[in-house]
Design a protein around this ligand. Structure first.
Ligand code: ADP
Length: 393
């Protein structure tokens, strides 16, 4: 049978991340990243067949970025004409209340994604740009959008609803939409497969952005991100949970504008705000060498995580599995140990040696731990490719 692949695109405001994926085998035939789009020098990296090419040529806009990707594939491979591309799969952060699964793109869908920009101001504009340029440059393949919110579309009302005036909430579509859904779906499905039965599980996606989800029998019942990806865990540069009255206070007392507070909460807080560094590796190294500021930042980070684990065990009425994923979750054993420390009362027992090992999927709990704890590398691109392929049929 000839190969069938999906070109997965993740468009950011000044970046384009891509992967050509075989959804059946999970193989990535090409991966790459165009960064610094619109700046005087660009940053481009393309990997195919174990070989990587790079360039720092200026890339004026997203159209030029995708054209560069296509041209590079022609030069160094893979040959796109022979790659059997059945779809282009686009990651979109905010699908609002409209999208609960992967969707074929047409003008109406595009208009809805644009309409949702006020709910995803930091992400949806870039997705629209990515969709427009990709549909123009690759007009003969179906384009599919996979929403970061879709996995959480079916959250129970009690978890999705803010205790806000009903009329205001409805009029302005203020509810908890969640994010990182593609990762939570991929990882939780892996756990269900590995355990071979329906389970009550918590997935901790700890990357630059970070989120937790509670999943019962394959359905998300709660998640830590809310109206936007700002709510919940401590992140690289985001506050996570904070009393909204901090906004009123900063506006009234510090005279800050809404835009300034938005930037403060989204870009200058989290680990960066607490320890001056959004990269967990740096914060961990400093904490290990006795820096009290870095240690205090980690304490806040771990405290918040534990709070969510306890809360989710309570709302699920039990717990079978906890899974760590994404950059920090997959690589930082010390952090995993700190999060699990003291959770023996829930049935969590970590095996120190297993927790020290690299790679995954791997079980890091002891064999007699009532709660199975895993490290599972996330693969959002593969999940997007699978969903797009399933939709195309
Ligand atoms: P993004 O949300 O940008 O996709 P990632 O999932 O790549 O983020 O995670 C980035 C985070 O993972 C950073 O804080 C980085 O320090 C952390 N990280 C990556 N590798 C390691 C490592 N070996 N040890 C500890 N932390 C790591």
């Amino acid at each position: 049978m000839s190969r069938r692949t999906v070109l997965v695109l993740n468009t950011g405001s000044s970046s384009l991340k891509y992967q050509l994926v075989d959804p059946a085998t999970g193989e990535a035939l090409a991966t790459g990243l165009v960064e610094r789009i619109g700046e005087p020098t660009g940053a481009f990296k393309h990997t195919h067949d174990g070989e990587t090419v790079t360039s720092d040529d200026a890339v004026p806009d997203h159209g030029a970025a995708l054209a560069k990707v296509i041209a590079t594939c022609a030069e160094v491979g893979p040959n796109l004409a022979e790659a059997g591309i059945i779809a282009v799969g686009h990651r979109v952060v905010q699908g609002g209340k409209y999208f609960d699964s992967a969707t074929l793109v047409d003008e109406a869908v595009l208009a809805k994604i644009e309409e949702l920009i006020p709910l995803g101001p930091l992400h949806n504009p870039a997705a629209v740009t990515g969709l427009n340029v990709a549909r123009e440059l690759l007009p003969d393949v179906p384009h599919v959008v996979v929403f970061d919110t879709a996995f959480f579309q079916g959250l129970p009302d009690a978890a999705a609803t803010y205790a806000l005036d009903r009329e205001v909430a409805e009029k302005y579509e203020i509810r908890r939409y969640g994010a990182h859904g593609t990762s939570h779906q991929y990882v939780s499905e892996q756990v269900t497969q590995m355990m071979g039965r329906d389970v009550k599980q918590i997935v901790l996606h700890l990357g630059n952005g970070a989120s937790a989800s509670a999943v019962v029998n394959g359905h998300a019942v709660d998640t830590s991100m809310g109206l936007t990806p700002l709510e919940g865990l401590v992140m690289g540069t985001r506050t996570g949970d904070i009393d909204p009255a901090a906004v009123f206070h900063l506006a009234r007392v510090a005279g800050m504008s809404v835009e300034e507070i938005d930037t403060l909460f989204n870009k200058k807080s989290g680990l960066k705000g607490l320890a001056g560094d959004n990269d967990m590796r740096g914060v961990r190294e400093r904490a290990d060498s006795g820096d009290p500021v870095a240690r205090a930042a980690l304490d806040v980070y771990v405290h918040r995580l534990k709070k969510y684990v306890g809360a989710y065990a309570a709302i699920m009425g039990g717990l079978d599995a906890i899974t760590f994923t994404a950059g920090i979750g997959e690589n930082n054993g010390a952090l995993r140990a700190e999060v699990c420390e003291g959770l023996e009362f829930l049935g969590v027992r970590i095996d120190a040696e297993r927790n020290d090992s690299r790679g995954g999927p791997i079980q890091i709990s002891t064999d007699d731990s009532a709660v199975t704890v895993y490290v599972i590398p996330t693969n959002e691109e593969l999940e997007i490719a699978r969903q797009a392929a399933a939709l195309i049929g």
